[in-house]
Design a protein around this ligand. Structure first.
Ligand SMILES: *[C@@H]1O[C@H](CO)[C@@H](O)[C@H](O)[C@H]1NC(C)=O
Ligand SMILES: *[C@@H]1O[C@H](CO)[C@@H](O)[C@H](O)[C@H]1NC(C)=O
Ligand SMILES: *[C@@H]1O[C@H](CO)[C@@H](O)[C@H](O)[C@H]1NC(C)=O
Length: 546
């Protein structure tokens, strides 16, 4: 019975997996924020002094580790009292599973002993049976088999929906994490582009280039780490969900088959087969109840986590248990990240404006040959500083390539080795134009990534993701985990009742059979047992004639 072994071992493993998945789900989002802060390199700013208890109302439960007093610490997965109080909510179902396993197991054992040691006692039915008991047990058996079938249907439907909603949540979170990775990589590559940018021999100062190297290295390793974490965690969660899905489907199918077979065997009076099924049913009911415990816990933890996420989103300032796993309130790091990208942007804009003002727009006749290339015509517009209003005659980074294109000249060379000079009106050679556009677009990208990075560092990004998870995914997760729980409970209870009724109904049937046989043996007119009848007939005349 490989399944039985698997199912009875599954719950603790499953619980572990589920708890892990939840933590991992939160950690996935946390990783993005943590990496961003790490990249920005700032120390964590000291948390504000007010501590807010997340999901305080929901998590006020009896805590067995604290003498059953009400737990008041709120959602805090680092706190064993939280886990104890959540675990305690499943205590009744767990107790039911334990009682069933022990009590029914002992009765099964005793019945087995009786059956083996004193086989004769089985036959001593006393010849009396109750027709009412037979009918009532049959009706109840039919009702509970139907209930088990309905429970299996609910369970199957619930697992499908649960699987859909968890998969969607994981995809959403993994997608957000992917966005974060893309932002980090994009920022790093813009930094590298900015470092390489320059016009002719003019480029960024060496000190700025050095700081870019450091940022790029941190950023790339953070992006790689986050991408690897996301991929491996998402794969683990998908595997766990797939396992849960398979277990639930197998449970639904097995219990349905068990209920139908048990009904059929006990109606047909195949007592030995019924007892085999009773043994199977004993273990399967206990396993289903344990699975039920797992899903009740999962349902409660998911509900708490969703409530905690919702409250955390609304209170960015307070210190909460989520901040322990999400290093968020880190405005210094965010400011530092922004400052570095602004610094690089500023330097690059200065370099470009220097070239435009002192070379392209210069009066051509006063310049020595490398700076003189027969530039003429209207001046090239200068760049305005990013984030500031452009003065007349200036262009912003996004509009610069188009504005500069109008100032490009066609070039010729006097000799093969000679530098290019403008042959037509214009102030930029095509080569200069390409370099300036590359630099401007690196700046433009940096100024666009800056806010994204700040957004990640101060967790605004995670808060938005949590809000979407809370609004769009949590209701489904809660509903569907509850549906699976209810389906499992219905299946377990109906199967439990059915197992007991199989025994009761088979006994009533045997009693009736025994009673019929006994009556047949007692009655002289029965056609069966003709040898008895003959004996009686043969004896009586002799007695009469004597
Ligand atoms: C969460 O629990 C841990 C362990 O008991 C504790 O150190 C921490 O302060 C708790 N966090 C909050 C916000 O209560
Ligand atoms: C042009 O060059 C001079 C020195 O040669 C410098 O002082 C000035 O700042 C430069 N202009 C720009 C816009 O960089
Ligand atoms: C320099 O540019 C002018 C147009 O402004 C053009 O007529 C002239 O031929 C160019 N000189 C050379 C050497 O190409």
């Amino acid at each position: 019975m490989p399944f039985v072994i698997m199912a009875s071992r599954a719950p603790p493993l499953l619980l572990l997996l589920i708890v892990l998945s939840l933590v991992v789900l939160a950690a996935l989002l946390a990783a993005a924020a943590a990496d961003a802060s790490a990249v920005a390199g700032g120390g964590r700013s000291s948390p504000s002094t007010t501590t807010f208890v997340l999901a305080g109302e929901r998590t006020r439960r009896k805590d067995p580790l604290d003498g059953l007093r009400l737990y008041s610490g709120g959602w805090n997965i680092s706190d064993e009292h939280y886990w104890a109080s959540v675990g305690f909510t499943a205590a009744p179902v767990f107790a039911a599973a334990a009682i069933w396993f022990v009590v029914f197991g002992v009765s099964l054992f005793l019945a087995g002993c009786c059956f083996c040691c004193c086989p004769g006692s089985r036959r001593r039915g006393g010849g009396s049976y109750s027709c009412t008991a037979l009918v009532v047990s049959l009706v109840l058996l039919l009702a509970f088999t139907a209930a088990a079938a309905v429970g299996c249907g609910v369970l199957y439907d619930g697992q499908g929906r649960f699987d859909g909603s968890t998969a969607a949540t994981v995809e959403y979170v993994a997608g957000k994490s992917g966005d974060a990775v893309a932002s980090l990589r994009g920022f790093a590559s813009s930094m590298e582009a900015a470092k390489a940018a320059g016009v002719g021999p003019v480029s960024l100062p060496a000190s700025v280039k050095g700081s870019i190297d450091g940022v790029v290295r941190k950023m790339s390793s953070a992006a790689d780490e986050l991408a690897a974490h996301t991929a491996s965690n998402a794969a683990k969660i998908r595997d766990a969900l797939e396992t849960i899905r398979k277990i639930l489907i197998v449970v639904a199918a097995t219990m349905l088959i068990l209920a139908v077979l048990g009904l059929a065997f006990s109606i047909c009076g195949m007592e030995s087969l019924v007892y085999v099924l009773v043994f199977l049913g004993w273990i399967l009911v206990a396993a289903t109840l344990l699975l039920c415990v797992t899903f009740l816990l999962l349902h409660n933890v998911v509900g708490d986590t969703c409530a905690a996420m919702g409250e955390w989103v609304q209170r960015p300032q307070a210190r909460t248990a989520l901040d322990d796993i999400l290093p968020c309130v880190d405005t210094a790091a965010a400011a530092d990240a922004l400052a570095r990208s602004k610094d690089v942007t500023h330097h690059l804009v200065t370099v470009l404006n220097g070239v435009i003002a002192n070379v392209s727009n210069a009066a051509a006749d006063g310049l020595p040959p490398p700076l003189y290339y027969n530039q003429s015509g209207p001046p090239v517009p200068l760049l305005c500083s990013p984030g500031e209003r452009c003065a007349p005659g200036e262009v912003d980074l996004a509009a610069a390539p188009r504005a500069w294109r109008e100032r490009v000249c066609r070039t010729t060379r006097a000799a093969a080795a000679a530098p290019e000079v403008c042959a037509t009106v214009g102030r930029l050679t095509p080569a200069m134009y390409a370099q300036m556009v590359a630099a401007a677009s690196a700046c433009d990208a940096l100024s666009r990534y800056g806010p994204v990075l700040a957004d990640m560092a101060d967790c605004a990004f995670v808060r938005r993701a949590f809000r979407v998870v809370g609004d769009e995914h949590c209701p489904g997760l809660g509903r569907h985990s509850a549906e699976v729980y209810r389906g499992l409970l219905a299946v377990a209870v109906a199967a439990l009742a059915s197992v007991v009724l199989w025994v009761a109904h088979s006994r009533e049937r045997r009693r009736r059979r025994d009673a019929v046989e006994l009556r047949a043996a007692a009655s002289p007119y029965t056609v069966h047992h003709s040898h008895l009848e003959e004996g009686a007939l043969l004896k009586s005349p002799r007695m009469m004639y004597r």
